[in-house]
Design a protein around this ligand. Structure first.
Ligand code: G3P
Ligand code: MG
Length: 389
């Protein structure tokens, strides 16, 4: 759990409105500082404004670890400004509101499979499988095994885990599969940017053509039928979840870098080429309504350290307006424009020029229109506070 969030004396002054701060491209760019970020957060604190951090980052950090890294990257002296306030792309999973159950087996991709497993365990999942686990048990599943030596031997993955007894037989029958302890995956989670696109493409493909998620089997549906309801992804294969769709994000490199969305586009291309079908998937993270709803509930309760779905009630002080300060029109601006919470709170997107979006020529406009475009995060906070009088 994260540390205690909003202290009593911090509540009050700026009632009725709040801020959501995007992180990459707003508060820092990779390991480069964005100079005014510290002042912007201090101003919020001074004005006793409600705020949270809403990032599409994640995959290899818990919310606490992300908060600690944010403190360091922004150069904050006071950890209280950050702790208990971080929402990552996959944080809404912790509510189990989206129809995924704790005891279902999930396959997760990540930059660091071991750390991704830790995050999933922290959310309450108890059957978590990564590429390393599969490589360890299915010697020939991937011809380009990252740890295979010239003599053909394979170095083990020390942290791999096993939650199943054996490999499902190719020639299966339903009763045998049900009775046996074979690896059956219920959901695939693309947990931010995968370490190895090629490996993950192979494993996700294998799972999506399998008989009901039993790795190593192949559904009797061949995916080539002319029937509307025939084909893979409709007879019991795992559902696919993606933790954000960011094609681009801002690091210290001068040109935007590819993010998780780039992997999704690549996989969609391979899937379409191999099956003739459009990939079906769900997603969370900005700009999804799932994530904005989650953040809204946290802002109302003034606490991102426990999930809104777990304690039922969404109590808290009402809001009139929330300013989403972001650098990516596709995630930050679009998400805020489309989010219309039932309580009538107005979401106002503010776009900064320190990240993904920047003017290619004077007067250039982003695809999704923010309320205002400002130079940086401090200007954004000042603009919002003037709006609030
Ligand atoms: O991987 C992180 C990136 O996609 C964007 O992060 O903080 O700008 O939402 P952020
Ligand atoms: Mg950003």
């Amino acid at each position: 759990p994260q540390a205690a969030p909003f202290s009593e004396q911090a509540k009050g002054l700026a009632d009725g409105f709040g801020f959501l701060f995007d992180c990459d491209g707003v508060l820092y760019a990779g390991n480069h500082k964005i100079d005014s970020a510290k002042a912007a957060l201090s101003l919020c604190r001074h004005q006793r404004a409600r705020y949270l951090f809403l990032t599409n980052g994640g995959g290899n950090t818990t919310e606490d670890q992300k908060a600690a890294s944010l403190v360091k990257k922004v150069g904050l002296d006071d950890q209280e400004l950050v702790h208990g306030r971080v929402i990552q792309s996959h944080t809404p999973l912790s509510t189990f509101k989206e129809g995924v159950k704790r005891d279902e087996a999930i396959y997760i991709t990540s930059l660091d499979p071991g750390r991704a497993r830790d995050i999933a365990h922290a959310y309450g999942f108890n059957k978590v499988v990564t590429a390393d686990d599969i490589l360890e048990q299915y010697e020939h599943i991937y011809p380009f095994h990252p740890k295979r030596f010239a003599n053909g031997s394979v170095e083990p993955f020390p942290d791999s885990a096993r939650i199943w007894r054996g490999r499902a037989p190719m020639k299966y029958d339903e009763a045998e599969l049900k009775g046996g302890n074979y690896l059956k995956i219920d959901h695939v989670f693309v947990f931010n940017d995968p370490r190895d696109w090629s490996l993950e493409t192979q494993i996700i493909y294998d799972l999506l053509i399998s008989h009901k998620g039993y790795l190593g089997t192949m559904s009797r549906q061949n995916g080539n039928s002319a029937l509307e309801n025939d084909g893979w992804q409709q007879d019991g294969q795992p559902t696919v979840w993606v933790s954000n769709l960011d094609l681009l994000w801002k690091t210290e490199h001068p040109i935007n870098r590819f993010g998780t969305g780039a992997f999704v586009h690549a996989f969609r291309g391979v899937w379409h080429e191999a099956t003739g079908r459009e990939l079906q998937f769900k997603y969370m993270g900005k700009p999804s309504q799932i994530t904005y709803e989650y953040a809204h509930e946290c802002l109302l309760r003034e606490d991102a350290s426990s999930s809104p779905g777990q304690n039922g009630a969404v109590a808290g002080r009402p809001l009139r307006r929330v300013y989403m300060i972001g650098d990516n029109p596709e995630s930050d601006v679009r998400g805020a424009l489309e989010f219309k919470p039932e309580d009538g709170t107005e979401y106002v997107p503010i776009l900064v020029k320190t990240g993904v979006w920047h003017e290619t020529e004077p007067g250039a406009q982003p695809r999704w229109q923010p309320a205002v475009i400002v130079d940086d995060v401090l200007d954004a906070v000042v603009w919002a506070m003037r709006e609030e009088g």
